[in-house]
Design a protein around this ligand. Sequence first.
Ligand code: ADP
Ligand code: MG
Length: 694
Amino acid sequence: MRPSILNSLFIPVENVPRVGLKLGRLVKALCGPCVSDVLWHLPSGVNHRPRIEKRQDIVFGQLGTLEIQVVSHISPPTHRQPYRIVCESLGETLELVFFNYRKSYLQTKYPPNQRLWVSGKIEPQGTGIKILHPDYIADSPDKIPVFEVIYPQSRGVTSKLLRRILSYVLPAVPELPEWLDAAFQAKNRLPFWTQALDEAHHPKTEQDLAPKNPARLRLAYDEILANQLALMLIRQQATRKKGVSIHPTGFLTQKLIASLPFQLTKAQQRVLIEIQQDLSSEAQMTRLLQGDVGSGKTIVALLSALSVIEDGFQAALMAPTDILARQHFAKIEDLCRPLGISVAILTAREKGAERNRILTELADGRIQLLIGTHALLTEQVSFHKLGLAIVDEQHKFGVNQRLALIQKQKGVNLLVMTATPIPRSLALTAYGDMDSSRLDEKPAGRQPIETSVMPISKIPELTERLCERIRTSPTKVQAYWICPLVEESEKTDLAAVKKRFSELQQVFGNRVGLVHGQMKGAEKDAVMEQFASGQLDILVATTVIEVGVDVKSATIMIIEQAERFGLAGLHQLRGRVGRGSDKSLCILMHGPHLTDTAKERLRIMRETDDGFVLAEEDLKLRGAGEILGTRQSGLPDFKMADISVQGDLLWTATKDAQTILSLDPKLESPRGKALRTLLYLFKKDTEIQTLKSG
Ligand code: ADP
Ligand code: MG
C-alpha cells in the first residue's frame, strides 16, 4: 500500500484549487494525471524582471519593473492607432502603448495621478521611454515577480497557469525520509528532496536550468534510481523459465582448447565458465555476450556449442549475412574436423538434394552443429535435440527472429553475441530480461590501431601515400575505403561512392573493387572474396562491410565523411582492421563543417580503442534511445532526467541500486524503507512483489 505521507502528491490535478475538470484535462495531457506529475514538469526558462530604481539601470530591450505616475491619456481618433498613456517615471516621460485595447478598462486601471508599478520590455521613445503592453500592473512592486519561470507549455496550459498551480502545490510537498546515501549526497552537494523541488521550480538564472544544477541533478538522480532499482527488483523476483539442463563433460572443449595455437584470454575463460554454469542450471539460459570486435567471441561460441554437443545435444549458430555464415563455417569446420564433430551450413544458397540431406541429418541428429543465416528459421528446419542456439551480431536481427530460433524446441538455451557494446547501465535497462557476459580483454599480441583525423581536402595526398605504401611495404597491405550511404540522400551518396571508385581506379587500375548495398548478394560476395583472397588492394565500400568480415592483411581503414557516423558505427568500421599482427591505421576524413558533437566524436575515436569506453561516451553524447534505436529500446520515458546529457547518472544509479540490493534485498533497513517511498513516488509499485508484500 502506498504510504499515506505521499497522498497529497497523488491528488488528481483537477482537484487543485481553481483548476477544475476542463483545465485539468489539458494539464493532464501536458504533464500527467496527478500533482506529482506537475512537480516533475520542470521549467524550461526564466525571465528576470529587475526592479529599476535609477535611470542608469534601464537596459533597452530588456524586461524591467518601474514605478510610474499616470499623467494623461491620449485616445486616438481611430481604433487602428494605439492608445497611449503618458506617465512619469524616474524623472522621465514614460509612455504605455496599447493596441487592440479596451478604453474603459485602461481608464479604470490607470486613473490620472495614480502611482503604480508596471513591468514589461523597456524601449526608447523620443527622449523618453515606452513599454508596449505591460506584462504586469500592480499597486505594489511585491506583486510583480523578479524572476518569472517559463515552463514547457501546450495549447491552453500557459506558464502562468502552471506557475499558479505550483504556487498551491509546492508549499504542500511533504518532507520525506532521505533515500540518498548520505556520503554521496554530501560529495555532490545535493539538496534535500523538498528543497530540490523548490529550487528547481524557482530558477534565477539560465545556469539554474542546466542539467548540472544541484537541484536538477538530485531530481534526475531520484528518478533514475527509482527506475534502476525497480528493474532490479522485478528481475530478482522473476521466475526463470525451465530450460534444457546440460551437463558438459569437457572432453570436446578440452581437446579443442589444447589444439588452439593460442591461449584463451582470462576474459574468454571467465565467460565460458559463466555460460557453462548457466547451461547446466535448470533454468533456460538467455545470455548476452558482449565483446568488442576482435575480442574472440567465435571461439567462445564454439566452446559453448561443444559443451552441449558433449552431452548429446545439437547446437545452432545464426549469422546475419551469407558472408559471415560462410566465414564462421570455414573456421569452425577446420577446428571441428579433428574432433570428429559433424558441422553443416545452411543458407538460402543450399538448395535441392544438398538441402534435403542437411534437413534429414539435422532431424535425425547426425549433424551436431548447424551454422547458417536466417534460413535456419524456416519451418522445414527441425532439430533432433537442440540444446543451444547462438545468434551472432544480434543487433542485425529483430527480437522476433532471435525468439524464433529458440522456439524450435522447448527450453532451448540462447546465447546472443554483439560487438556493439552497450553501456552497462543501458544493458540492464534495455536487456533487463537477459544475463550478460563481457569479453573485456583483447587477445595478446594485437597491435593498437593508430587513428588520425584529416579534412577531406587532403584526399589527393592520402591517395598518393596509400599508393606508395601498398607498393613498397614488405608485407601485403590492403585498404578499406568507406563512403557513407545514408538513406535520406541515397542517390547522391551512391553517385559519390561510384565517383570515388572511378577516381581510385585511375590510380590503382583493376586492383580496386567496389561493393555497395544495391548490388546483388552473389555479386557482392564475389568482390568480397576477391578482396579476401588478395586480388584487390583496395575495397571501396558503403557500410555493407560493417559486420564481422575478417581479412588479416587489411591494415588500412579510410572513412570518408566520418562526421556522419556515430561512435558505435565508426568503431565497428575501425574494427575491420587491426586483425593481424601488423600495425594498422584508421583515417577519419571529414568535411568542412563540423558540429561540436562531431568534433568531440572524432576526438574520442582518436583517443580510445576500447568499445566499452566508447559506448559509455556515446551514451553521454547521444540520447540513449538513439543508441538502442528509439522504438525497440524499451527505455522508460524519463520526465526529469535527460540521459543524453546525464548518462553518467544512469551508471551511478545502477551501481547504487546494486549495492543497496546486495546489502538489503528486501528493502527493510531505514534507507531501504525510504527507498520504498521513492519507488511509490515514481509509481513503480505496481510491478514489484516485494513492495506489495512488505
Ligand atoms: P569477434 O569477437 O570480433 O567475433 P573473432 O572471434 O572473429 O572476434 O576473433 C578474432 C581473431 O582473434 C580470430 O582470428 C581468432 O582466431 C583470434 N583469437 C580469438 N581468441 C584469441 C586468443 N585468446 N588469443 C589470440 N587470438 C585469438
Ligand atoms: Mg564475430
